[in-house]
Design a protein around this ligand. Structure first.
Ligand SMILES: Cc1cc2nc3c(=O)[nH]c(=O)nc-3n(C[C@H](O)[C@H](O)[C@H](O)COP(=O)(O)O)c2cc1C
Length: 406
């Protein structure tokens, strides 16, 4: 038995306050794009998928990537967070509450990660930018469009309240639209949204304040923030700690979920573990498929997996962030990892792949704290986001319940 298991499960699985809400324990299911919303709406398959995590012992599940507009979609089968979809979303939150847990909605705009094939329009970025992964040129967003997007974030937050969500998570990571503003690699603007880190954080701050004004204290606000993009010339900890300080100072953030890496390039920097080239190639056709087979490893990168691989970066935020709580993410796969997170001063933690592999891992750990997670970080789940997100060992094939609920 290691040092960490001397911390009792009863010490860790205690209620935690997150802004205006109380979680029954510190475990949050991290967003893992579901692909269970073929018409942008909630389906029974989506509800069943998330209820499994709540029944398995976590405190709050995150409804992954809910796009604030059709132009903001990143992958097929994502939720469109607009008023017309409120009734399905209400059924979603009711099911999570009935199962004893809470529900968070991740709100975002994919920006340079979006593709015309999915959205029907040319993707946008802070300035003109060529995305080598999608082989698409993004056009520069205009200031009136930015104002519209700020309103769309606030509207989506209002939909979340109406639908009964307990929290929203603003997606300010992975070089989606908002975090691409942080990045000097993508953001070449010369106006008040480019240049200094204050300027590159301005759009995020405006979105955050507009959302806070709309939601007040009716739900918790989490910001998913990239600490380090893993790309030369993009952001690293010196920039991201400053962004966190600026956003924290507003008092509008209840917690930062600290992430890293990007969906634009070097994707394995976020995931670590096996680089599934065949999995990525199978999402493409013709010459693109061959291109991925030949150059996929250079584009995706290759990094060994270790438990708690974001911990040393996340520690850098502990002295900078004074008002919000910090959520530790990345490679939490056992009770020892959770105990380390708590011992290191992180009051909350989020888990992605370990829960895809074993939705009931928390219930199992409560009975047997020495139990190790079964996830082997093969990353075959990564490319299932283009169909129906699943761990290959636990595929649910819930096709019959894919019909959209309105
Ligand atoms: C299949 C899959 C889909 C994901 N989709 C999202 C997503 O929609 N939004 C997001 O912010 N992160 C997404 N992620 C990243 C996770 O939230 C998490 O940051 C990452 O997997 C690291 O945590 P883990 O080691 O606990 O898996 C996804 C990860 C996986 C494996």
């Amino acid at each position: 038995m290691t040092q960490e298991t001397t911390i009792q499960t009863t010490t860790i699985f205690q209620p935690v306050q997150l802004g205006p809400i109380t979680l029954r324990n510190p475990v949050i299911k991290a967003a893992t794009s579901e692909g269970r919303s073929p018409e942008g709406k909630v389906t029974q398959a989506l509800i069943d998928f998330h209820r499994g995590f709540i029944e398995g012992g976590i405190a709050m599940t995150t409804l992954a990537y809910c796009s604030i507009s059709k132009a903001g979609f990143a992958a097929p089968g994502e939720i469109l967070m607009v008023k017309e979809n409120t009734s399905g979303l209400k059924r979603f939150t009711a099911a999570m509450h009935e199962a004893g847990g809470k529900a968070s909605a991740q709100l975002g705009h994919a920006g340079p990660v979006a593709t015309k094939k999915i959205t029907g329009v040319q993707p946008i970025a802070p300035s003109r930018f060529f995305n080598l992964t999608s082989m698409q040129t993004c056009r520069a967003i205009t200031i009136p469009e930015m104002k519209e997007i700020i309103n769309q974030f606030a509207d989506a937050a209002e939909v979340a309240i109406e639908a009964g969500f307990d929290a929203i998570e603003l997606h300010f990571g992975h070089l989606y639209l908002v975090s691409s503003f942080f990045s000097p690699w993508i953001n070449k603007r010369t106006d008040e949204y480019g240049g200094s880190i204050e300027n590159r954080t301005r759009f995020a701050k405006e979105i955050l304040l507009a959302v806070k004004e709309r939601v007040q204290d009716q739900l918790a606000i989490i910001v998913k923030l990239s600490m380090d993009d893993g790309i030369k010339g993009s952001i690293w900890l010196d920039d991201s700690t400053e962004t966190a300080r600026i956003l924290d100072e507003t008092g509008a953030v209840d917690a930062f979920e600290l992430t890293m890496g990007s969906s634009v390039s070097n994707q394995m920097y976020l995931f670590r573990g096996e680089t599934d080239i065949d999995g990525m190639a199978n999402t493409q056709k013709g010459i693109m498929k061959l291109g991925v087979k030949w150059f996929g490893r250079q584009i995706l990168g290759e990094y060994p997996y270790e438990d708690l691989y974001m911990l040393s970066s996340a520690r850098q935020f502990q002295t900078v962030v004074k008002k919000a709580k910090l959520i530790l993410l990345g490679g939490i796969n056992s009770f020892d990892d959770m105990a380390t997170a708590v011992r290191e001063g992180f009051p909350l933690f989020a888990m992605g792949r370990a829960l895809l592999r074993e939705p009931d891992i928390i219930n199992k750990i409560k009975v047997n704290p020495s139990k190790l997670g079964l996830c082997i970080h093969c990353n075959k789940c990564m490319f299932s986001v283009f169909t129906t997100t699943n761990c290959v060992f636990t595929k649910d094939y819930a096709i019959s319940s894919q019909a959209a609920l309105v």
